[in-house]
Write a protein that binds this ligand. Structure first.
Ligand code: AMP
Ligand code: MG
Length: 346
């Protein structure tokens, strides 16, 4: 069933959706980061349906979503002072903390790890569904594994309809990128996946942060990683893609135009609004990412733009990158991964 709650949450329909969760079904719902496919985190069979619907490898763990901070102490244990500080500062919000799990969380959720990722969304619809379902909700991003995450229902409806019991439409995701994932190791917060909560913001609270591997460079097959998700292809369009960047705008545009010429114009460009007139490609092959100075807008548009590129013809998708600073770190992480780390700096 499709439910349109873009304007208002319908309370009768909310009951129906929460009953589906209670009865072991899976549901697509909005959050402020991206759309999720959720199931009762305590119900192994229901969680199994998520892995089936997405085609997600069983060794890639799910994040558990809560609406009440007290729930953390039911599903996680041995919480340290640093971890508590992070909870106090960044929840609710686009922030996931990896904590030692209790036996209440089944192994299928944590992919056999002794830890669990916990997030408290800051979105009324998500919080309503979690609260009235009465259980924590395990939910990965709503997309077939490997594809860009869903930031609006129109983008994911075709690929997931029929695989889930309900789709709740809350309009376009406010942030558009998945949460910042943090694990505290030896009292230092380690960013396993960058997101809208920036390293600078965490540094302000704790003093120092570290980074996991796989953020700006690919990890080797046999390399040990803290976050299993970094091993998998993700956010990728169907065509080969090339990420390009330069500190100098003129060099960047010159480089892109040279690439377009070499490929006789048979490309799709994901570029900034300001460059539309300067990049020499036919108008319908240029997809706007937003203004070059508005990282929030770019973050919000990335996944939808990547999906639009699938609908166009072209040998290559050329994507303009941003400076790796603040929110730009998360943007570049997703773009690098969507390009399979094909990156040129002019
Ligand atoms: P998604 O659900 O698609 O947003 O991806 C969730 C991300 O969080 C994946 O990259 C996982 O590897 C990571 N994650 C979830 N649970 C854990 C955990 N217990 N330890 C480390 N990383 C985790
Ligand atoms: Mg995902």
């Amino acid at each position: 069933m499709y439910y349109n709650w873009k304007e208002n949450t319908n309370t009768e329909e909310l009951k129906v959706v929460c009953n589906l969760i209670k009865n072991g079904e899976i549901v697509i719902f909005p959050t402020e980061t991206v759309y999720g496919i959720g199931a009762n985190a305590f119900d192994e069979k229901a969680v199994g349906k998520i892995f089936m619907a997405k085609g997600r490898p069983s060794n890639n763990p799910l994040i558990v979503h809560i609406a009440d901070k007290q729930k953390i102490y039911e599903i996680a244990k041995d919480i340290t002072e640093v971890e508590q500080k992070l909870i106090d500062h960044f929840m609710p919000g686009p922030f996931t903390l990896i904590l030692k799990k209790t036996d209440k969380i089944p192994n299928i959720v944590s992919a056999g790890l002794d830890t669990v990722g916990i997030r408290m969304p800051d979105n009324v619809i998500a919080r309503g569904i979690i609260t009235f379902s009465g259980v924590p909700i395990a939910a990965p991003s709503a997309n077939v594994s490997g594809k860009p995450s869903g930031t609006m229902v129109e983008d994911i409806r075709r690929e997931l309809e029929g695989k889930v019991s309900a789709i709740v439409d809350g309009g376009e995701s406010q942030i558009g990128l998945e949460s910042t994932v943090v694990k505290v190791i030896d009292e230092i917060p380690c960013i396993l996946r960058p997101g809208a909560i920036t390293p600078e913001q965490i540094e302000e609270v704790i003093g120092i942060v570290d980074f996991g591997n796989g953020i700006f460079a690919p990890v080797e097959e046999d390399e040990k990683v803290e976050s299993p998700g970094v091993k998998y292809k993700h956010y990728a369009p169907n065509k080969p893609a090339q990420l390009v960047y330069s500190e100098d705008e003129k060099d960047l545009i010159f480089g892109i135009n040279r690439m377009i010429k070499e490929l006789k114009g048979d490309v799709v460009v994901l570029g900034f609004d300001e460059h539309k007139e300067q990049i020499v490609v036919s108008e319908h092959r240029f997809i706007c990412l937003g203004s070059k100075d508005n990282l929030k807008e770019i973050a919000q548009n990335i996944y939808s733009a990547l999906r639009k590129s699938d609908e166009l013809l072209g040998e290559l998708v050329i994507i303009e990158g941003v400076k790796r600073d603040g929110l730009g770190i998360a943007i570049m992480n997703r773009l690098l991964r969507s390009c399979g780390y094909n990156y040129w700096e002019f």
